[in-house]
Design a protein around this ligand. Structure first.
Ligand code: M6R
Length: 369
């Protein structure tokens, strides 16, 4: 049942090219636009939406943080992202023209379900992005977009996360399509680029052996930091979460711009710091900022582990380890940069002798409060 792998997590990481492709399948028309009639949210209703609020927990929350960039860029609509456990206990300003998007792999997470009910009581429409057919959250939502990751058994979310991202991108592009905020040919071009992502993920998986070696060399470490900017920031949070839950190590993700506001005091000789670098061509300003962040931490002795686009030679002098990933547009980058971080956490945890499918103290779906 593990398909020859030692752990479900390894199998699920390997399944990601297929999972991403399946989530796109059947949702694109012959002329390259989106057909999401399955949403059951009529175009008129989507045109009336004035604000989007994304609510989720854990890894699904990280997908939401990335979705915000795509939703705001493509559909021009303001988007907030909030942890379900915070949202449900306050009085968020929701109206009939707020669309609440809840993201949940299992569709059973208690805090997310309660957040959904909280939103519906205030007459907001709720769209669920979910992986488990017929789970409670999709049943109670006004609309559903299923991810087609297939069953995810390992506690740590991997393929569900990438497919949640794809589903969020589809929603963002669909909003742009029905609201006319993006030219049709741009929508079709972006979908075309999304369709190339499975091949890029396969390429990352085929070249990931050095990441494994690196992970094994760090078993003795007590702490690893992760830095990113823009969509790289939630990827840093996700890399840190994976390491915490699987390797039981102190791991923290920061927005790289926050370094000077406190976290830089943590940097000491030998501390491993993973940095996710945006594309130099597409984001020259951010790229320059992060390269100087890498220089700053290296000057203080950090062991820099740099994830950058293939061909980005500007980071070579400052990277103790360099993980090169295929070049994709910035908004799609998390689909490739997350993969080495999953492998990194999985390998480090396994090297420490932990069962990565069943980390201590954790359940696959958190149905309690
Ligand atoms: O099933 P859900 O997506 O609602 O679960 C949310 C979190 O419990 C989940 O993503 C958790 O953080 C994962 N174990 C992370 O790998």
């Amino acid at each position: 049942e593990k398909g020859g792998y030692d752990y479900f997590m390894l199998k699920e990481i390997a399944e990601q090219p297929r999972a991403v492709a399946d989530t796109l399948l059947g949702r694109v028309t012959a002329d390259g636009m989106l057909a999401l009639d399955e949403l059951r949210l009529p175009a008129e209703e989507l045109r009336d939406v004035r604000k989007i609020v994304v609510v989720a927990c854990g890894t699904s929350f990280h997908a939401g943080l990335i979705a915000k960039h795509a939703i705001e860029r493509w559909s021009g609509m303001p988007c907030e992202v909030e942890l379900a456990s915070e949202f449900r206990y306050r009085d968020p300003i929701l109206t009939r023209d707020t669309l609440v998007i809840v993201i949940s792999q299992s569709g059973e997470t208690m805090d997310t379900l309660m957040a959904l009910r909280h939103a519906r009581e205030q007459h907001s429409k709720v769209l669920a992005i979910c992986n488990v057919n017929g789970a409670t959250i999709p049943r109670e939502a006004d609309a559903v977009l299923y991810t087609h990751a297939g069953p995810e058994i390992a506690v740590a979310s991997t393929k569900a996360f990438l497919t949640q991202l794809v589903a969020c991108y589809l929603v963002a592009l669909y909003l742009a399509q029905v609201r006319g905020t993006m030219p049709d040919r741009e929508i079709a071009r972006t979908i075309g680029l999304l369709e190339t992502v499975p091949a890029h993920i396969s390429e990352v998986l085929d070249t990931v052996e050095p990441v494994r070696e690196l992970a094994r060399s760090l078993v003795g470490e007590r702490c690893v930091l992760f830095l990113g900017r823009h969509v790289g920031y939630p990827v840093a949070l996700e890399g840190a979460l994976k390491l915490k839950e699987l390797a039981y190590m102190h791991a923290e993700g920061f927005a790289a711009g926050e370094l000077k506001h406190g976290p830089i005091a943590l940097i000491e000789p030998g501390l491993p710091v993973v940095v996710i670098v945006p594309s130099a061509a597409e984001q020259p300003l951010l790229h320059g900022k992060i390269v100087s962040n890498i220089q700053e931490i290296r000057a203080r002795g950090a062991k820099t582990i740099v994830i950058a686009e293939q061909g980005d030679i500007s980071v070579v002098p400052y990277a103790d380890s360099l993980i090169a990933v295929p070049a994709v547009p910035t908004l799609l980058q998390p689909l490739v940069t997350t993969v080495p971080l999953q492998v990194f956490a999985c390998e480090l945890a396994t090297a420490k002798g932990h069962d990565v499918d069943q980390p201590r103290n954790l359940a696959k779906s958190v149905t309690v409060e």
